[in-house]
Design a protein around this ligand. Structure first.
Ligand code: ASP
Length: 336
């Protein structure tokens, strides 16, 4: 038995402004992170596998409206939701993922079914939903994913895009009208707006080391606000947004997905440990602080290794994050 068992989670990185997050909102985030860490910690304390712990933690993060995954996911340019998720088992290197799903309540559970019940790794769109249905997973109406906060972020992102990219603003605005766009489009950002909508980041993830010495990672997201239909980021891509190998580490990322894909960010942490023999902390710091910034990659990651080391680096102003060793109180943080 391994007493260094630990779970770490993130709820997205970005321009999380100390000044705009009220003490009440801040407390809400800490409480949500803490509760979810406690749930994951319980799985590990009961002898559950790392895969069970990360799936449960990410399921709870998806259900929590504060975070950009599942209920509370951001909106696409068409005002819809397209969700991505992935999961990987460090024991066997088996992995599962889904992308562009619109009705699966918990995309991470669909990703896990792909891992456990199919010979494939990634299902997209309608095929992913058909697979989820065949697996008996819960589907929901798209309204389930909606929150007013994300809707306002979407409105702001659209306004900004119209100004910056000179898009066809009239068409965009007209499309938004039926959902009450005119009344909310001119609103200032909410005083408790957690993440600067100009930065648009947010995703959830978990990594864990279980009492048997095995690692796992999972990541889930709504993507980036106002993304084009069909756009897929790093989160469902094994090696970019999620990676786990008992020989090195487990990693879940959050940030500007395109850059994380180009840097194969999650796998790079593992590869640096394997090929350069560096520590978990040094490998993760190199990816987040040196390599990603070379191509303007913004965000962060969480990682654990089989010794129970945990690292949570980010190059943005903040990242919702926390970790909990079995038998110890959870630690949560938002800012630097
Ligand atoms: N990495 C995610 C994506 O690009 C977004 C995020 O982490 O906020 O879809």
């Amino acid at each position: 038995m391994n007493s260094t068992a630990v779970i770490a989670i993130h709820g997205g990185a970005g321009t999380i402004l100390r000044t705009s997050l009220s003490p009440e909102a801040e407390a809400q985030y800490h409480e949500a992170l803490r509760d979810i860490l406690l749930a994951g910690q319980r799985v590990l304390a009961d002898g559950g596998g790392a895969l069970d712990a990360v799936a449960e933690a990410v399921r709870l993060l998806e259900d929590c409206p504060l975070f950009n995954a599942g209920h509370g996911a951001v909106l696409t340019a068409d005002g819809t939701h397209e969700l991505d998720a992935s999961i990987m088992d460090g024991r066997t290197l088996e992995a599962g993922a889904v992308c562009c799903v619109k009705r699966v309540r918990n995309p991470v559970l669909a990703a896990r079914r792909v891992l456990e019940c199919s010979e494939h790794v990634l299902f997209a769109g309608e095929g992913a939903e058909a697979f989820a249905v065949a697996q008996g997973l819960e589907l929901v109406e798209s309204a389930y994913f909606h929150t007013d906060t994300r809707y306002r972020q979407w409105q702001l992102a659209r306004e900004q895009q119209r100004a910056m990219l000179d898009h066809d603003g009239a068409t965009l605005a007209a499309k938004a009208q039926p959902r009450g766009a005119a009344s909310v489009a001119r609103e200032a950002p909410l005083p408790h707006e957690p993440i600067d909508p100009n930065r648009k980041f947010g995703t959830v993830g978990a990594v864990a080391l279980d009492t048997h010495g095995h690692l796992a990672a999972a990541t889930s997201t709504g993507g980036i606000t106002n993304k084009r239909i069909g756009r897929v980021g790093d989160s469902p891509l094994i090696g970019a947004g999620c990676y786990a190998d008992d020989a090195t580490c487990a990693v879940s990322t959050t940030g500007s997905g395109e850059m994380f894909i180009r840097m194969v960010a999650a796998y790079d942490v593992a590869a640096q440990i394997a090929y350069r023999g560096v520590s978990l902390e040094d490998a993760a710091a190199d990816v987040v602080m040196n390599r990603l910034p070379r191509i303007d990659g913004r965000g962060g990651l969480i990682a654990v290794d089989t010794k129970g080391n945990v690292t949570l680096p980010f190059n943005t102003e903040g990242m919702y994050r926390g970790f909990a060793h079995v038998g110890a109180a959870p630690v949560t943080a938002i800012y630097r």
